[in-house]
Each structure stands twice: as structure tokens, then as C-alpha cells.
Design a protein. Structure first.
Length: 284
């Protein structure tokens, strides 16, 4: 049983997967495995993945296309390590990633890091370079997703307890964060950039209608509603808002920002005000 399994779902990634794999292998500890799950049929991606010859690499190919979420679940169930990480087949892994995240794991159950966005003709730019506690992640989740899913490192049991990737969703990472928090898991963000996050015109999150699909996704709505009540903010539902687009009074938003550490309040206010609809009052 390896100490760490890094799961890399892949589909139509023949031009990027080798660099993604090699950068990940450079960062991985010796007692680990890189499990590439090719969502087939995709012979080109599988051939590219098998060109990376390292004893820690396991390449599996699904005979049919099952989608990223099911691909992740199959890969998770095929491994037995204590820790599980995710890596995308078109991103780059920083050499220090697992050292940074393992250090943060001493006080957490799920750790994500910051990222540097690149590609798509844009100038590379870092994401928010601050750390977030589990409380701060929970405060922000109704308004935004503050975590890079490809940077995930988690305790296996935490993923299993949250039934991670068991149900298809337009935002499986958001559902995972909420369900893990509902179970009492500690979900944090490290300040250090640990991945290069590639921007491309083919990204699902940039597709027309994606925001609407997420807002109405049954799993997202379920997780959002449950977390709203569990975090003591039933107004997130009662005010008539939706996941990522709450309706709130100024005092309700101020209370959210006040729960953040002073160093993160300016960032939190930007995220909250960018996505919330502010109303003078709400119906009783």
C-alpha cells in the first residue's frame, strides 16, 4: 500500500499529459503512485501516458466514456493509500507541492493550494495568495469556490466519508467541500502556489450556460442548502438566492466578512459583493 495515490483523470489530453505527469512525478514522494485514468476510448491519450516510464505510474483505460466524476471514483476505489491527491492532465505540478500540502495536513483533512493561471494567450497570474482556514472556506463557499480542485490532497477516509465522486455533478468539487465540512472535516487552503492551472477555450467552466447548470444542479443545490443550515445561515436559502448567487442584506454580508481573519477580509468582501444580490430587507 503506497503512502500517497495521485489520481489523474484524462480525456483528449494527448498534447499535455506527458508534461503534467512528469511534473507531478518530480514532486511526488518515493512511496507513492500516479494513477492515470484515461476516460476511453482515447488511444492517443493512453499512448502519450504510457510513454512516461516510471515505476510509480499506473495507467488504466476505461473502455467507454464515463465522465470525469465517475472516472475519479473508479480511480479512488482502485487504490488503497492513506492519502489521495488529484492532478489534472493539462496542468503543471510545482516541485514543492506535496511538501507544502503534507505540512498543512497536520492540522487538516483536505488541503488545497494556490495556483498560477497560465495559457490561453493570457499573462500568467497567481490566484489569491493567502491561506484560508476551514472556517473561512466555509464562510466563502455559498458565494464562491475558493479552492483549486486539481491541487487537492486529502485523507482517503475523509473522501470516503463524504462519498466523494459517487454522484455525477456539474461542480463535484464544490459538493465535496460542502459534504466534507458537514461531516466535520477540516478543509483548508495553503498560501503557496502548488500548481500551474492551464486556461483553455475548451474548459467546461467557460462553456455557455455553465453557471446556470451549476446553480440548478441537484447535488450542488443539496450541498448548498445543507451547508447553509449547518453553518447557521438559513437566510442563504430563505432569502431566495441560489448557490454562488445569494440574496442578502448588507448586515448579513458584513457578518460573513467579519468572520474572516483581518488579513483576508478585503478578499472576502470582493468575493461576496461580486456575487451576492444586496437587498434592503427580506420578507418575513
Amino acid at each position: 500500500m503506497p503512502f500517497l495515490s495521485v489520481i489523474m483523470p484524462a480525456y483528449r489530453a494527448e498534447t499535455t499529459i506527458e508534461r503534467a505527469m512528469r511534473s507531478t512525478l518530480r514532486a511526488m514522494p518515493r512511496d507513492s503512485e500516479l494513477v492515470v485514468s484515461v476516460d476511453g476510448p482515447d488511444a492517443e491519450t493512453e499512448r502519450a501516458a504510457r510513454r512516461v516510464t516510471d515505476a510509480r505510474v499506473v495507467v488504466r483505460s476505461n473502455p467507454e466514456n464515463v465522465g470525469t466524476v465517475a472516472c475519479m471514483r473508479r480511480a479512488l476505489e482502485s487504490t488503497d493509500s492513506e492519502f489521495v491527491a488529484k492532478m489534472d492532465a493539462d496542468d503543471l505540478c510545482m516541485p514543492w507541492r506535496f511538501r507544502v500540502e503534507m505540512a498543512a495536513m497536520r492540522r487538516a483533512d483536505i488541503v488545497c493550494g494556490s495556483g498560477i493561471r497560465f495559457g490561453g494567450g493570457a499573462v500568467p497570474r497567481p490566484s489569491y495568495p493567502g491561506s484560508l482556514t476551514s472556517q473561512e472556506v466555509g464562510l466563502l463557499l455559498p458565494f464562491t469556490n475558493p479552492l483549486f480542485h486539481p491541487s487537492l490532497l486529502a485523507r482517503r477516509q475523509t473522501l470516503l466519508d463524504a462519498n466523494a465522486y459517487a454522484t455525477a455533478s456539474s461542480a463535484e468539487d464544490y459538493v465535496l467541500w460542502c459534504d466534507a465540512l458537514l461531516n466535520g472535516a477540516r478543509v483548508v487552503k495553503a498560501a503557496a502556489p502548488v500548481i500551474g492551472y492551464r486556461l483553455s477555450p475548451d474548459q467546461i467552466s467557460g462553456a455557455p450556460g455553465y453557471a446556470q447548470r451549476v446553480m440548478t444542479d441537484p447535488e450542488v443545490v443539496r450541498a448548498y442548502t445543507a451547508w447553509a443550515h449547518a453553518s447557521g445561515r438559513p437566510w442563504l436559502v430563505e432569502n431566495g438566492g441560489a448557490p454562488f448567487y445569494p440574496v442578502a442584506t448588507r448586515s448579513q454580508l458584513d457578518a460573513t466578512v467579519a468572520g474572516m481573519r483581518p488579513r483576508n477580509r478585503a478578499y472576502a468582501r470582493r468575493q461576496v459583493m461580486m456575487n451576492a444580490t444586496v437587498v434592503e430587507s427580506v420578507p418575513c
